[in-house]
Design a protein around this ligand. Structure first.
Ligand code: AMP
Length: 202
């Protein structure tokens, strides 16, 4: 049974220096479409963001773009999607991306990607949601962050029971199966939604 219906993908608004990152973003878009899992993302048509969204659309998948008004031009909003939400600010963007998604995936990216990923990790660490957070360590991109998290653990800054609540996949084809496998105790994501705090209470 496919229990994850929508995945929020955090990724760079730049393409990155290595061409394999664009290839991976496109492969994830195709995998989402093939699995019938909707893409929720930041709404832009540049960098890896545009690549994953266009690939999802081209493969017949469903895309929800969520972009603040002030970024519509700067991030070249992709208008040709099934669902487009233009928000007033970044806070509303992040709230809607959270609400619309059953899980989170971080592809390679920059500071914005890192911030979005870490925000979800902090909310999960504090027990405000139980949605899976997957770090896609493709070509070792996130190894420095994973090393830092290990360092925090070794130094006693990730308290027992509050360890960093993330999972890792090293290949694009492992992302969706790893997300599904992380949900052994949840019968259906709709049931899980009741356990998720409204963002206003975060
Ligand atoms: P980047 O990884 O810096 O290329 O940014 C990827 C996406 O994250 C872009 O859509 C940015 O608008 C978005 N972003 C940038 N800064 C933040 C932030 N502080 N919180 C959430 N998203 C952000």
């Amino acid at each position: 049974m496919n229990r994850i219906r929508t995945v929020c993908v955090f990724c760079g608004s730049s393409p990155g220096a290595q061409p394999e990152h664009l290839d991976d973003a496109e492969a994830l878009g195709r995998a989402l479409a093939a699995a019938g899992v909707g893409l929720v993302y930041g709404g832009g048509n540049i960098g890896l963001m545009g690549a994953v969204a266009r690939a999802t659309l081209n493969a017949g998948g469903h895309v929800t773009g969520v972009i603040p008004r002030f970024l519509v031009e700067r991030e070249v909003m992709l208008g040709d999607v099934q669902e487009l939400v233009i928000t007033e600010d970044m806070h509303e963007r992040k709230r809607i991306m959270f609400e619309r998604s059953d899980a989170f995936v971080a592809l390679p990216g920059g500071i914005g990607t890192l911030e979005e990923l870490v925000e979800q990790m902090t909310w999960a660490q504090l027990g405000r949601h139980e949605k899976p957070i997957l770090i896609a360590n493709l070509h070792g991109f996130w190894t420095p962050l994973l090393t830092l998290l290990d360092h925090m653990h070794a130094e006693g800054f990730l308290r027992p029971g509050l360890e960093s609540p993330h999972i890792v996949a090293a290949r694009v084809e492992d992302i969706l199966p790893t997300l599904e496998a992380s949900l052994p105790y949840v019968e259906d994501m709709a049931d899980n939604a009741e356990a998720v705090a409204p963002v206003g209470q975060l």
